[in-house]
Ligand binder design. Sequence first.
Ligand code: RIB
Length: 299
Amino acid sequence: MITVIGSINWDVALRVQALPLPGETVVGSELHTGLGGKGANQAIAAARAGGNVTMIASVGEDEAGRNAVRCLTREGVTLQLQPSSFPTGTAVSDEGQNSIMIYPGANLSLLPEHVTKEKLETSKALLLQLELAKETWQGAIRTASSAGVLVVVNASPLQDATLADFTGADIILVNEIEAGQLLGRSRAKTPAQALEYAQELCKTFPTVVMTLGGDGVVWATEHKRGLVPAHEVEVVDTTGAGDAFAGALTVALVEGKSLEDAVTFANAAAALATFAFGAATSPRREQVLEFLQSRLHHA
Ligand code: RIB
C-alpha cells in the first residue's frame, strides 16, 4: 500500500492572453474546474499507475469537498479524512502558464497528530508534497521514517523550506528551480549542471530525482546517476504533469523497479498527463506501458 498525505483543492483555471495588471480586468476564453491539489493529483496518479492507495487529507463540508471525495473514491483511492470547519482548498490559475494562487483552507486542518505511526506502518511508501502546514509534513516524514516506511517527498511548493526540514526523507523529488533553492544557488541551467546539483543533494538524501521539463529527468544516488530524456509530445496543458510523475514513480519503486526504470515509467506518465486540460489527468498503467512500447518501436 502507498499512503499519500497531501492537499486536496478544487481547481479553477481560466485561459487568458495575459495576466491582469493592477486595476485591469481581462476576459478569459475558456474555463475549467475540477479536482486538483498536489496531494489529490498524486494519489490519483499512483492509483491509475496500479498502486493500492490511501490518502490522508482534509476537506471542508462544502460542495467542493464532496466533489473531491467523489472523484478520489471513483479512482479507487481510500480516504482517511480529517473534518475541517474551513472551506475546501482552492487553486485559481491562468491555464497553461502555471501561475497559481492558492487558498489552503481545509488543507491546514491536517495536523501532525492526525498522521500517526499506526496509520503509516502498514504502508510500503509514504508520498507527500508541501501544500500542508509545515509541522504536518515534517511530522509525517519523521513518523514514516521511524516506522521504516520508504519516504518519497516532492518538495513542492518549496517556499522557505531548507534541506534540514526534510530529515528522514529517502527520496527527494524536485525541479531544477527547487534544487537550486535548496542548495542556495540559481536554477540548474543545463542537464550537466542538474546532474551536479543532484549529486550535491545526495550528500543529504539517499536518492534524488530532478525533473527538468523539456530537458528530461536526472536521477542520482551516492554511486550512480543518469539522465532520462523528455518525450517529444504535443503539449496541451502541463498542469499536474509533475504530480503524475510523482505518483507513477512511487508505484514503480514500490514494485521493486530500479531507480532508472522507475524514472523512465514516471517520465512517460508525465508526458501523457500533458495531453489534456486539468490537473488530475494522469494516465492509466496500460497507457503508460503502451506509450513506452510505441516509443521503443519508433526509436
Ligand atoms: O500541481 C498542480 C496543482 O497545484 C494544482 O492542481 C493546484 O491545485 C495546485 O495545488
